[in-house]
Write a new protein. Structure first.
Length: 215
């Protein structure tokens, strides 16, 4: 079995450094082009189901891939990005610091519980990991499922789903827009043939040279 997890294409707020969270921001022209470019690449993996966050930027990306696959995406709000609170959405870091200095100080200190309306890592994992578990339960041997979601949520959910200890998200790095992750469920000779999910790839891109953040 294989699970492919794709971050959505670029939005105008991505481009201008504005935090999004649960704000329903659509793809910009670059993001639409990224989704169109990645669609046939992922369609070639022959996913049997596509699950997507219901936020516009992920839904539009999923629709582009689904059109290549002849599938209908399943929208699931459990796949949403972190809720960053009503005061953070739409602002750059500088604007947030100026408008809400106490919240910004709490953010820098990692005191997320002190920020009104903001989800913690545990909050996101409590909805995201059960979603992934329910998806893989529907896959048969040899099948591939595709999940379309958001960068920060994927970066914490993938290690948790794999059962990694601690909080290794920073070590994984940021997923590029329309970058994807590949997880595979198979037996390993290293563990005496025990079957488990493993990370096969992180931040694959259809055309790395055309990604504005690729160096």
């Amino acid at each position: 079995m294989r699970l492919v997890l794709l971050r959505h294409g670029r939005t105008e707020w991505n481009d201008t450094g504005r935090a999004q969270g649960h704000a329903d921001v659509p793809l910009d022209d670059v993001g639409l082009a990224q989704a169109k470019e990645v669609a046939p690449v992922l369609a070639a993996l022959r996913p049997v189901t596509i699950w997507s966050s219901d936020l516009a930027r992920a839904a539009q990306t999923a629709d582009a891939v689904a059109a290549e696959c002849g599938l209908e995406p399943v929208r699931d709000p459990r796949l949403r990005e972190f809720d960053i609170g009503p005061n953070r959405a739409g602002l750059t870091s500088e604007e947030y610091a100026a408008a809400h200095p106490e919240e910004y100080a709490a953010l820098l200190a990692g005191e997320f519980e002190a920020i009104p309306g903001r989800e913690t890592r545990d909050d996101v994992l409590a909805r995201f990991v059960p979603a992934l578990t329910s998806y893989v339960d529907t896959l048969a041997d040899g099948e591939t499922g595709l999940v379309v979601s958001h960068g920060a949520a994927l970066r914490v959910a993938v290690p948790a789903f794999l059962g990694w200890s601690g909080d290794p998200a920073e070590s994984l790095g940021v997923l590029a827009n329309c970058g994807w992750v590949v997880l595979e469920h198979s037996a390993s000779t290293w563990t005496g043939g025990v079957e488990r999910w493993r990370l096969i790839a992180w931040n694959r891109l259809a055309s790395p040279a055309t990604d504005p953040d690729f160096t």
